[in-house]
Design a protein around this ligand. Structure first.
Ligand SMILES: Nc1ncnc2c1ncn2[C@@H]1O[C@H](COP(=O)(O)OP(=O)(O)OP(=O)(O)O)[C@@H](O)[C@H]1O
Length: 237
């Protein structure tokens, strides 16, 4: 397969869970370079569990995860980050540290001594104005921006995001979608777990997870053509 079409990330037959409870059952998913993949699923479908197994916060019990050609299934989270996969979760920000310190920590995660903070401030001007303030002084939406900026400081090839819309007003959700669309335009691959179908706007491909299994994968157009999914996710007949 030529390098430009080879997947950046491949998950094959991933099983994962907690203690005796199995949550994921043979999950397959691919993200190609520069692609924006949306992982949809209702509460408890296993989205967070799957993202955590991809980035190495929990171990896949079976199956394989490959990143840029390397088998990372048994690698630590920090090694996967060095290979270009960064995870942004709800807990991404340290509230007691300043905004700039948070961004620098994002870069240190890959041993990068001098992140291009000015470029990040161009994308998130609100963070420049408040750069010396503690992260706890930011609003929920601004904190989300900081979480994204901190993740980007690690200069990922693939940014994995868990529910970036959680807790945000519709206006801020639109702003996050605008920023993600801008990042996509710059060639960054994105994998976004969401329940908010507004994110279909930026998606090139969609996977739907239900009960820990992939129920659908295809383009946005294919998803909207599927009557059962249309009913489940758009509330349409
Ligand atoms: N740390 C944990 N220990 C035990 N069970 C867990 C743990 N985290 C999640 N689970 C269970 O695993 C299942 C999948 O949860 P998960 O958080 O992956 O789903 P999700 O699709 O991300 O849901 P949501 O959209 O509500 O965040 C649920 O039944 C949940 O109760």
């Amino acid at each position: 397969m030529p390098p430009e079409t080879a997947p950046l990330l491949t998950a094959q037959g991933v099983d994962a869970g907690y203690g005796t409870m199995q949550v994921l059952w043979g999950v397959d998913l691919e993200v190609r370079a520069g692609e924006t993949v949306l992982l949809l699923g209702t509460n408890g479908a296993g989205k967070t569990t799957f993202l955590k197994s991809l980035v190495g916060l929990i171990e896949a019990r079976h199956g394989h995860i490959r990143l840029g050609g390397a088998d990372v299934t048994r690698m630590r989270s920090s090694e996967r980050m060095r290979l270009g996969m960064t995870y942004m979760s709800e807990l991404a920000v340290f509230p007691d540290l300043s905004i700039e310190e948070n961004i620098r920590i994002g870069a240190q995660a890959i041993g990068h001594p001098s992140p291009n903070i000015d470029e990040l401030y161009e994308t998130f001007p609100v963070l420049r104005d408040k750069r010396r303030n503690p992260a706890s002084s930011l609003s929920g939406g601004q904190r989300k921006m900081l979480g994204i900026a901190k993740a980007l400081a690690a200069e990922p090839r693939l940014l994995v995001m868990d529910e970036p819309s959680a807790g945000l007003s519709p206006l801020f959700v639109k702003e996050v979608i605008r920023i993600l669309s801008d990042l996509r335009g710059r060639g960054l691959a994105l994998l976004i777990a969401e329940q908010n179908i507004g994110f279909l706007e930026v998606a090139t491909r969609v996977f739907v997870l239900e009960g820990g299994r992939i129920r659908f994968s295809g383009t946005v157009a294919e998803m909207t053509d599927n009557e059962a999914l249309r009913r489940a996710y758009f509330g349409l007949k």
